[in-house]
Design a protein around this ligand. Structure first.
Ligand code: SF4
Length: 114
């Protein structure tokens, strides 16, 4: 089966416009300026992933946090929901607040200082 898809590479601020064609099981990428665009397009077609940035509630307010690595795109909202369940006494920069969130292999860490 042949498939053709347009996408923007989000691996760097250049935002190259990629054309991805799948012909007889082989993936062909064009429009990329570097090889990271090929990796991005292949992953986007087979198992898309995203970093999750959100905030966690503490007794002093909210703190920014993020996953340490991208998680499967279809788990992004579930990860946000897991963080929303937390109410921490305090949170320090770099602190792991959820280890291996939803079995994705990603930890959720605090990214803001007091
Ligand atoms: S293909 Fe390379 S240069 Fe273009 S947006 Fe992706 S990472 Fe950046």
């Amino acid at each position: 089966m042949n498939k053709k898809k347009e996408m923007i590479c989000i691996m760097c601020p250049m935002g190259c416009e990629l054309t991805v064609e799948q012909v007889d099981g082989k993936i062909k990428v064009s429009g990329n300026t570097c090889n990271r665009g090929i990796t991005f397009a292949e992953e986007e077609l087979t198992s898309p992933k995203r970093m999750v940035t959100t905030s966690v509630k503490t007794e002093k307010g909210v703190k920014a946090c993020k996953t340490t690595i991208p998680v499967p795109k279809d788990k992004v909202f579930e990860v946000v929901k897991e963080v929303e369940k937390l109410r921490l006494k305090s949170a320090k920069y770099g602190q792991i607040i959820i280890k291996n969130v939803l079995g994705t292999g990603a930890d959720v860490i605090v990214t803001a200082n007091d």
